[in-house]
Design a protein around this ligand. Structure first.
Ligand code: GDP
Length: 373
């Protein structure tokens, strides 16, 4: 038995750790004995919650623990670990601290007009608020990469009917990737398979073939296929290598996020393919390793970010609120209104890490200016 006296324990409380043999009989007897002593099993997340309440880490790190537990691929594990390291929380706390200081200075101007405050302070407040707007804006313009990495990077397989999209999906899922969860899609028209591609969580979506149709149900399938292709992080545009003219359909999604795949190369020999098309055969498996390599290269170029990424919609929403409030503060004419918007921005940021405390504001005011000494 190991005894960890608080506060230097995992939760900050006194913690006793029993190391026993793991058989059911031993653990069951131990738990029964402990319950008779008035102890109970922890609720889900209770240790993490207590640790958070005892300020062992912030909310962002608590979420990282949940992500680490749920991580299915190496890239997800790495992202969660990075967040657990405190990198993301430190970024948000850094902004929060700067915002608090700015707010404190503004409050000082409002509340203590008679004190001898440095004259350049008002200009400094505007400069700092503008800098924060630029930094938060930049952080938000990340194409949702962190959230996509957490939830799975959507790769839509699109192209004309019978090009071999379903066959390619099956071939990729079976031969080139480990399926991490069974078919998750619900609609008949879009089939999702979550796979682990070289450590990246990818959700391959097979879509209805792109073609003109008079049939209403087919048109709905087509509409969904197009919407899915639009939302996807990347697209594989698959066409029959015997019909190179079909490759032109990929022009609907210009740019490097669409990979052109000439399927059924087993049927064409050494025919010339459109420029940039990756030759593949879902039937024989030829070209698939190269296709996966190209896909992984595209993904790693985008997702191995050097800066910490937003990982949750909750964080994004709070950041957007903070940004909107900061922008309003910039436009405000009265110092009192500007202060109110800065305070709202600061609260939004504080909600991300779970640290919003009005006492902090007072501390900064008095520490920086020694007012009311
Ligand atoms: P989808 O409509 O684009 O999903 O196409 P399917 O995957 O249903 O394939 C259409 C037809 O082409 C089926 O008969 C497949 O067996 C065939 N097919 C798919 N891929 C290949 C391939 O690489 N080589 C050959 N020879 N046939 C293929």
């Amino acid at each position: 038995m190991l005894w960890f006296p608080g506060p230097r324990s995992v939760t900050g409380e006194d913690v006793a750790e029993l190391q026993v043999h793991g058989s059911r009989a031993v653990t069951a007897t131990l738990i029964a004995t402990l319950s008779r002593m008035g102890l109970r099993l922890a609720e889900p997340g209770e240790f993490t919650r207590r640790a958070f309440l005892n300020r062992k880490f912030d909310l962002v790190q608590a979420e990282a623990i949940a992500d680490l537990v749920a991580a299915e691929t190496d890239a997800q594990r790495r992202q969660a670990l990075r967040q657990l390291d405190g990198e993301l929380g430190a970024l948000y706390r850094g902004w929060s601290t700067r915002l608090l200081r700015t707010l404190a200075h503004l409050e000082a101007i409002i509340d203590f007009p008679d004190e001898d405050l440095p004259p350049e302070i008002e200009a400094q407040i505007a400069v700092e608020a503008a800098a924060l707007v630029a930094e938060i804006d930049d952080h938000l313009a990340d194409n949702r990469r962190g959230e996509r990495l957490r939830d799975g990077i959507a790769v839509a397989i699109v192209g004309p009917p019978n090009a071999g999209k379903s066959s390619l999906l099956n071939a990729l899922a079976r031969r080139e990737a480990a399926i991490t969860s069974p078919i998750a899609g619900t609609t008949r028209d879009v089939i999702d398979v979550a796979v682990d591609l070289a450590g990246y969580p990818v959700i391959l979506a097979d879509t209805a073939g792109l073609h003109e149709s008079a049939d209403e149900i087919e048109r709905e399938g087509l509409r969904r296929a197009l919407a899915r292709a639009e939302d996807a992080a990347l697209r594989l545009y698959v066409f029959d290598a015997r019909r190179p003219e079909d490759a032109a359909g990929a022009a609907a999604w210009p740019g490097r996020d669409t990979l052109l795949v000439a399927n059924k190369t087993d049927l064409v020999g050494n025919a010339r393919l459109p420029a940039g098309a990756l030759p593949a055969s879902a039937l024989t498996g030829e070209g698939l390793p190269e296709l996966v390599a190209a896909l992984v290269q595209r993904i790693s170029a985008d997702y191995d970010a050097s800066a910490a990424l937003i990982t949750r919609a909750r964080h994004r929403q709070a950041l957007e609120e903070a940004l909107a409030a900061l922008r309003r503060a910039g436009d405000a004419t009265l110092p009192e209104l500007r202060a109110e918007d800065l305070r709202l921005a600061w609260r939004s940021l504080g909600r991300i890490t779970g640290a919003v405390d009005v006492e902090d504001l007072l501390d900064v005011i008095f520490a920086d200016f020694c007012i009311g000494k």
